[in-house]
Each structure stands twice: as structure tokens, then as C-alpha cells.
Design a protein around this ligand. Structure first.
Ligand code: PMP
Length: 318
């Protein structure tokens, strides 16, 4: 009998869409004395991030439900990866995409989004991501566009529960996950993956990685799209209903010095994983919980996006 508890793509929406996932799950150990972490290589998705999953899942769901048809318009408030992913997915599905974001977003991102034929509406930096959400909502009403509302759309987390999470369960030895670690932007990743693992019977501890600034002065890392970072363009602190309303029993919130997150990102790149800063953050927190749980624990984290979109940031400054 067909397993109904997994994501089934709509093949008629374009053959290129089928290139999203499955991504490898690989064990990564940075030093001999460091713990080994199971890492999901989500930067291998077509737009270069895990957000391809949610873009595709949210749009296909809307399409199936008749809320979207060819030539329609999609709008979303996002300063980063979600906009790039939606721009690519809309290009593949024959849809128009409008990205609303606060000023100050890196040039690489703007170039990528425009290259896919999407439109960008910038709101003043002070308005932040909340201002962008309000503008997206107004745009949707005025133009009859679909606002995907990634911060509250349950299909964001569902994409990870039914798709990324099921892949991981089929890839990891014994289908067993003892802890799942992710930085939190919308919360879709941690909520969806935790649900997949706990519903499969794993005694999984959900771990939210929080970038913190230790030591005051000096250059400050940009950890893109994680709600606890103080220096992210378009910080999304506390606005994600998906995360704040989710049931995550036993949730651990682990602080990671942003300097360590950046150092670890560079170490991962030197190992041949072309990742961005949130991956370094994830990996640091994963090592912390793995040390605590001991060598038999299988700890999973996500390598969320690619390094190329950070060329103009501190990660590549020296
Ligand atoms: N890493 C990157 C690069 C992101 O852009 C985001 C969120 N936009 C995250 C991690 C966090 O993922 P989530 O939104 O699922 O919490």
C-alpha cells in the first residue's frame, strides 16, 4: 500500500521541480576528539538552500487547493533564502513572484532574486521584517496575489515533516534520531523535523541554536535569518507563530558565540562543504548536545544554504 505519510510531488508542474531533494545525509567530524554529527546537505537543492522544500510544498499545496494557477502571483516577506527559493520555484511553475524585504539585504541576494525574473519591493530598514510582512499583506490584497506567509503557514513545517524528515529517517542508521538541531528563523525546520522524528517513535530532543554575541565590541557576525541574532538584516525575533505556538517538549535552546559559528563555517568550507553562517551555527550547537549525550547518540543537523550568497559579508572579509 502507498505510504500516505510522505510528500508526493506534482509531476505535471515541470520536470525541473523534481530535482529538489533527496539530499545526502552524511556524518561529519571536524577533529578527532570532536563528536560526529549527521548532516543533511540541503545546500544541494536547486536554489542552494533548504527553502526550496518549503517554497515548492507551499506552492504545490496552494495549486492543488485551487488558490493558485498558471500566470498567478505569489508574494512573500523574506530577507533571504525563502525569497530566492520562491523566485526559482515560481520561475519553474510559470508564476510571478514579488519579494518584500527590508533595505540592507546583501547584493548577491538581490541579484539572484531578480535574475529569476522576480520583482523586489524594499521597505525601510527600520521597518524590519514586520514592515515587510505588512507590505506583503497589502500587496496580496490589492493585486489578488497569494501571500505564502512563511512565519505562520503550517505547510512550511509540513514540508519538513513529510519530506526532509522522512528522507532523514530512511537514511540514518536504525532510523533513530536522538537530537535535532537548527537555528530558528520561521521555525519550520525544527518544528517539522522534530514532528517527523517523534511521530516515528524516536526519543528526539529538539535543540534551537541561538547565535549570541560574546565580548561586546568588534565586528559582528551576520547569521542570516535566525531569530535570536541581534545583527541580522530583517531580524525576525519572536515573530514566528510557527515556532512560538509549536509543541516542542523538552526543547533545549543552546547559545553559540557568533565568532565560533563563523569559525566553524570556515572550517566546514575547508572540509569541502560550501555552506553559509547558519550552518556553522547549527554545527556548533550540534557538537554541544552531542558531547552532552555521549558517543552513542545520533545527532542530526541541517547544512542550510550555500556560501556564495555570503561573498560580500564578514564570512569572506579577510
Ligand atoms: N538558515 C538559513 C540560511 C535560513 O535562511 C533560515 C531561515 N530563513 C534558517 C537557517 C532557519 O530555518 P527556519 O526558517 O526553518 O527556522
Amino acid at each position: 500500500m502507498a505510504n500516505v505519510n510522505v510528500y508526493r510531488p506534482l509531476p505535471q508542474l515541470g520536470r525541473f521541480l523534481n530535482l529538489c531533494g533527496p539530499t545526502p545525509l552524511v556524518p561529519v567530524q571536524l577533529r578527532d576528539d570532536a563528536p560526529m554529527i549527521w548532516c543533511k546537505l540541503e545546500f544541494l537543492n536547486p536554489s542552494g538552500s533548504t527553502k526550496d522544500r518549503i517554497a515548492r510544498y507551499m506552492l504545490e499545496k496552494a495549486w492543488r487547493m485551487g488558490h493558485l494557477r498558471e500566470g498567478g502571483t505569489v508574494v512573500e516577506a523574506s530577507s533571504g533564502s525563502t525569497s530566492i527559493a520562491l523566485a526559482l520555484t515560481c520561475a519553474q511553475m510559470g508564476l510571478k513572484f514579488v519579494a518584500v524585504m527590508p533595505e540592507g539585504v546583501s547584493h548577491e541576494r538581490i541579484l539572484m532574486i531578480r535574475a529569476y525574473g522576480a520583482e523586489i519591493i524594499l521597505v525601510p530598514r527600520e521597518a524590519g521584517i514586520r514592515g515587510a510582512i505588512d507590505t506583503a499583506e497589502r500587496y496580496a490584497t490589492q493585486h489578488g496575489a497569494l501571500h505564502t506567509r512563511q512565519f505562520e503557514n503550517p505547510d512550511n513545517a509540513e514540508a519538513h515533516r513529510l519530506w526532509t524528515g522522512q528522507e532523514i529517517l530512511s537514511q540514518i542508521p536504525r532510523g533513530m534520531v536522538h537530537a535535532v538541531v537548527s537555528g530558528v528563523g520561521t521555525g519550520g525546520t525544527i518544528v517539522g523535523l522534530y514532528s517527523a522524528f517523534s511521530q516515528a517513535g524516536c526519543p528526539t530532543i529538539p535543540v534551537a541554536a541561538r547565535p549570541v554575541r560574546v565580548g561586546g565590541e568588534g565586528p559582528h557576525a551576520e547569521i542570516e535569518c535566525c531569530s535570536f541574532s541581534t545583527r541580522v538584516p530583517g531580524v525576525v525575533d519572536g515573530i514566528s507563530k510557527l515556532y512560538t505556538h509549536a509543541a516542542l517538549p523538552g526543547l533545549r535552546e543552546l547559545d553559540v558565540d557568533e565568532e565560533d559559528a563563523l569559525r566553524t563555517t570556515k572550517a566546514l568550507i575547508r572540509k569541502g562543504f560550501p555552506v553559509g553562517p547558519s550552518t556553522g551555527l547549527n554545527f556548533c550547537a550540534a557538537e554541544q548536545i552531542a558531547r552532552e549525550l555521549g558517543p552513542d547518540a545520533q545527532v542530526v543537523t541541517v547544512f542550510a544554504d550555500r556560501m556564495e550568497r555570503y561573498f560580500s559579508t564578514e564570512l569572506f572579509a579577510s
